[in-house]
Structures are given as structure tokens and as C-alpha cells.
Design a protein around this ligand. Structure first.
Ligand code: COA
Length: 146
């Protein structure tokens, strides 16, 4: 599996059923179809990453990333996240941020491996009272011809 296996869901494409199923498996609930400012990257049938894009601010927020449980621990999360980062940064969305449960060791390790830095804490952020760790990543602006 390489970054070439990562696809971006077309803006007008329906949300695939397997994304909804994996969403439920990974998070216990499925989000609705992407809003206009959102974008999804997929490894078909196996993994997805959902982002909110704020082009005017050069920012994007990672909302959810999930790998099918049978495929975890083989570097797929990292391939997917790095493909998203490459594409977003190429669009000028160079300020990336996310929140994650402080207990989510696998995700926190993944973000560290992909160049994210912990930059804050939101106490009691989740409905069950767990704190959220805040991470950010500032990528390099890529200019055409540079
Ligand atoms: C988080 C998640 C996406 C990682 O996907 P993955 O394909 O298993 O991750 P990778 O194999 O690419 O591993 C990336 C890094 O995380 C580490 N890692 C993976 N699983 C881990 C685990 N269970 N515990 C600790 N570290 C782990 C890897 O060692 C690797 O670090 P390294 O490069 O320093 O060795 C996956 O575990 C998942 O889908 N979890 C459920 C959904 C979720 O919690 N999403 C994040 C919040 S939105």
C-alpha cells in the first residue's frame, strides 16, 4: 500500500456505505454526508480521513481518521494521513489541527509520527468527560514553479 492507493472522494459523490460502516465500528456512530466545506480521503474499503477545510484561513481540521480494525498496525494510517497532508498543503491549507482523546495512544502516536505537535488541552471536551489533546501541524507552503 502506498500514497497512490489513497483517493479523494469527489465533491458530488455519495458517501460510500463502507465509510458509514467503518465510522460506526471505529467511533460508535456515523456522521452525516459531508458538508460543503468538508473533504474525504479514502483507501477504498479499508480507511478514510474526513477533514473540514477553511481555505480563507489556510487551515484544515482533521475530524476523523479510521482504519479497518483488520488492517491496523501496518502503516496504513500513516500513508493516509501523509497523503492528506500533501494534498491539503498543496492547496495552501498549511495550518492543520485536530483534537483527540488523551487515552487514544494509537492516534497520538500516529500524529507524532506524521509531524504533529501537541499544543493544548481541552478539559472535559468529550461527552463522557474525557479531556481532548489539541495537536497542530504547520506545513510548508508549496508554490508552483518553486
Ligand atoms: C488511529 C488509527 C487510524 C491508526 O491507524 P494504523 O493504520 O493502525 O496506524 P499505523 O500502522 O500507520 O501506525 C502509525 C503509528 O502509530 C503507532 N500505532 C499504531 N497502532 C498503535 C497502538 N495500538 N498503540 C500504540 N501505537 C500504535 C505505530 O507504531 C506508528 O508509530 P511509529 O511510526 O512511530 O511506529 C487506527 O488505530 C484507528 O482507526 N483507530 C480507531 C479510530 C480512531 O481512534 N481515530 C483517531 C481519532 S479521530
Amino acid at each position: 500500500m502506498t500514497e497512490d492507493d489513497v483517493q479523494r472522494l469527489a465533491a458530488d459523490a455519495p458517501l460510500p456505505d463502507w465509510v458509514t460502516r467503518l465510522d460506526r465500528t471505529a467511533f460508535g456512530s456515523a456522521w452525516k454526508a459531508p458538508a460543503e466545506h468538508e473533504a474525504l480521503w479514502l483507501v477504498p474499503q479499508v480507511a478514510f480521513a474526513r477533514w473540514a477545510r477553511i481555505p480563507a484561513a489556510g487551515e484544515a481540521e482533521l475530524l476523523r481518521i479510521a482504519v479497518d480494525p483488520a488492517h491496523r498496525g501496518h502503516g496504513l494510517g500513516r500513508i493516509l494521513l501523509e497523503a492528506c497532508q500533501r494534498d491539503l498543503e498543496a492547496e495552501g491549507l498549511v495550518h492543520l489541527y485536530l483534537e483527540v482523546r488523551v487515552s487514544n495512544a494509537a492516534a497520538i502516536r500516529l500524529y507524532g509520527a506524521c509531524g504533529w505537535e501537541r499544543c493544548g488541552l481541552r478539559p472535559g471536551y468529550y461527552q463522557d468527560g474525557e479531556d481532548a489533546a489539541l495537536f497542530q501541524r504547520s506545513g510548508a507552503m508549496r508554490r508552483s514553479g518553486a
